[in-house]
Design a protein around this ligand. Structure first.
Ligand SMILES: [Zn+2]
Length: 217
């Protein structure tokens, strides 16, 4: 069983990264990570949520699966040592470093529909992660990913503690400026991140901020 809140630092040097980009809140980032490459996501200003999906780059019908990941590791939180599994129960990526200690895969992504239910009818027209993903797959037909492929996701840096009674709570974030999570790809994957634009949720202190992505060979 994986232990929650495993802090593990990385020794990779950002100067040696082969790719580096800042992603503004409300934007998406979609990129292939080759097997053996390492992806780092940095929470630049703290308490941001990076709503992330992964697909097998050769066959996007194989994709990240929250239930396979949780069952195999025997823990609902993602942290250093977590193997991210696909709906075919294969390891897609492994979290090899983590200075935040806990990431959510239960809370789901924000959508205009859930904003309406949770926060009020007038929130229907606010930008949401699901909008960003839909825009991403529409603008990147080369990946052959469609609306029905958008399923359960990971919320990096988001804190959704489970109570003793099994309830979900959306709590103030554990993350802080400069905290990061690092993942090594075990197959060629397409990473699709929506840097969450949410303005109604305490997870990001009602203040969405940029993230940085880096890739090492
Ligand atoms: Zn969101």
């Amino acid at each position: 069983m994986i232990k929650a809140n495993s802090i593990k630092e990385s020794f990779l040097n950002p100067a040696q990264a082969v790719y580096q980009r800042v992603v503004a809140a409300g934007d998406y980032w979609m990129q292939v990570i080759k097997a053996g490459q390492t992806l780092r996501i940095v929470d630049l200003e703290g308490n941001q949520a990076a709503d992330t999906l992964f697909y097998n780059a050769q066959d996007p019908a194989e994709r990240y699966s929250a239930m396979d990941t949780i069952r195999e590791q025997g823990n609902v939180y993602l942290t250093a040592g977590t193997q991210l599994r696909s709906n075919d129960n294969r390891v897609m990526l492994e979290i090899v470093a983590d200075t935040c200690g806990r990431h959510d895969t239960l809370g789901g992504a924000c959508a205009t529909e859930s904003n309406t239910v949770r926060y009020g009818l007038e929130k229907k027209f606010m930008h949401a992660c699901r909008d960003s993903w839909m825009l991403a797959v529409a603008q990147h037909e080369e990946f052959d990913i469609n609306k029905r492929d958008i399923t359960h996701n990971i919320n990096f840096f988001m804190n959704v503690p489970v109570t003793a009674e099994g309830g979900l709570t959306f709590a103030d974030g554990l993350s802080a400026p400069g905290k990061y999570v690092e993942l090594k790809a075990c197959m060629d994957v397409v990473a699709l991140i929506s840097n969450c634009p949410q303005l109604n949720n305490p997870c990001n202190a009602y203040n969405p901020t940029p993230i940085e992505v880096l890739i090492w060979d």
